[in-house]
Ligand binder design. Structure first.
Ligand code: NAP
Length: 358
């Protein structure tokens, strides 16, 4: 079934031959999976409430620039599931011949269908959800299948066995975790190693205003490195807060204007920090969005983040965000100035789920 905004177009498009000259691509942890340093997330901007052609333009632009990784989840929309349908349709129309160049991920863990079988970490939910995701995507496999969040009510062994079976069945190439704490990640990896399907990636929230992955001994960044897993950091722009767009009010059509992000993110003291960070970005010759992404990707030794997973509601935003790659180096003065304002701001809405496995 096609969404009402679907406009079939006959226009012919060939991806740029130069696409691998642009965004650097590297290995994810110690695995053979390769990921671009910036990847495209589809939360909020690829549901049926966004014109299909806008979505298609963003995906085409991303691929032309070497963004071969598109991140989805079963519940993205609205309505839930429509993002998988829309991305599946775009791939079928424009990128069918390039499917094996693409890294497509999906996840299960959040509420997807009514009743106790429609969320969490049970074997039934995870494997049924993956089947439904593949049907909506119109694909035989996804490249990465994530457990979207820890589920304290289900034995970790059961959730990990489901991820292992997803990979063994060929329906997923690799398995990963999202929003698991450092200790829970180590436990999960021990189980997966025993099963013979080591986890290759962790997807946590991470931004200048949400630094939980750096905390603890060992931190999640340390644990992932120790366990051979790459890190793909989601919401590096704090859903648009770490850009210049909210410095003079709430722009029409923005995520905040549409009620898709909590107003609690935009506390006056947080906006003061954002203004100060914007000044630092200007001194570096970057937009704030570019500096926020560059900072995520900065050199941190073994704990260096593999990929910044950004969202974009237009081609122009993605183009701006890719400019981050022009300068990911920070001198110690810049890092010290940033540290004064890159402070916890109560925006990690995924924290409770993360801690519930402790
Ligand atoms: P984000 O990059 O922090 O925010 C994206 C939003 O920022 C865009 O929708 C746009 O807002 C604004 N924006 C982007 N680039 C901009 C630029 N250059 N200049 C000005 N504004 C810009 O990312 P996110 O969408 O919150 O998260 C990224 C991805 O991570 C998601 O799409 C999803 O794939 C994944 N994710 C995973 C989880 C999880 O639990 N694993 C949770 C959340 C997200 P407007 O729409 O207002 O224009």
């Amino acid at each position: 079934m096609k969404p009402t905004n679907f406009q079939p177009t006959d226009d012919f498009w060939n991806p740029a031959e130069s696409r691998y000259d642009d965004v650097p691509i590297g290995r994810c942890g110690r695995s053979g999976l390769h990921l671009p340093r910036i990847a495209l997330g589809t939360w909020h901007n690829f549901g049926d409430d966004t014109p299909f052609q806008t979505q298609r333009d963003i995906v085409r632009y991303a691929f032309d620039r070497g963004i071969i990784h598109i991140d989805i989840a079963n519940n993205y929309g609205p309505p839930a599931g429509s993002t998988e349908e829309n991305i599946g349709r775009i791939v079928a129309k424009d990128l069918k011949a390039h499917r094996h160049e693409l890294v497509i991920s999906t996840k299960a863990g959040m509420a997807m269908w009514p009743g106790p079988t429609g969320f969490g970490g049970s074997r039934g939910y995870l494997l049924n959800s993956l089947d439904e995701s593949l049907r909506r995507l119109g694909m035989d496999y996804v490249d990465i299948f994530y457990h979207h969040r820890p589920d304290p009510d289900v034995p970790l062994e059961e959730s990990m066995l489901a991820l292992h079976d997803a990979v063994r069945s060929g329906k997923a190439r690799y398995a990963g975790l999202s929003s698991y704490s450092a200790p829970a990640t180590a436990q999960a990896q021990a189980i997966m190693r025993e099963l013979g399907t080591p986890l290759v990636i962790h997807q946590p929230s991470y931004s200048m205003l949400n630094r939980w992955v750096e905390d603890g001994e060992p931190s999640l960044l340390d644990t992932a490195a120790e366990e051979g897993m790459g890190i793909i950091a989601f919401s590096p722009l704090a859903q648009g807060l770490l850009t210049n767009k909210y410095l003079n009010g709430v722009p029409k059509g923005s995520r905040l204007d549409k009620g898709k992000v909590s107003e609690s993110y935009f506390a006056p003291e947080t906006l003061d920090h954002v203004r100060a960070l914007n000044d630092i970005a200007r001194d570096r010759g970057q937009t704030l969005a570019q500096m926020a992404i560059a900072w995520i990707l900065r050199e941190q030794g073994a704990g260096t983040v593999t990929t910044a997973l950004v969202g974009a509601s237009s081609v122009g935003q993605l183009e701006d965000s890719l400019g981050a790659l022009d300068n990911t180096d920070f001198n110690s003065d810049e890092l010290a100035r940033i540290d004064e304002h890159a402070v916890e701001s109560g925006i990690n809405t995924w924290w409770n789920a993360t801690q519930s496995r402790m």
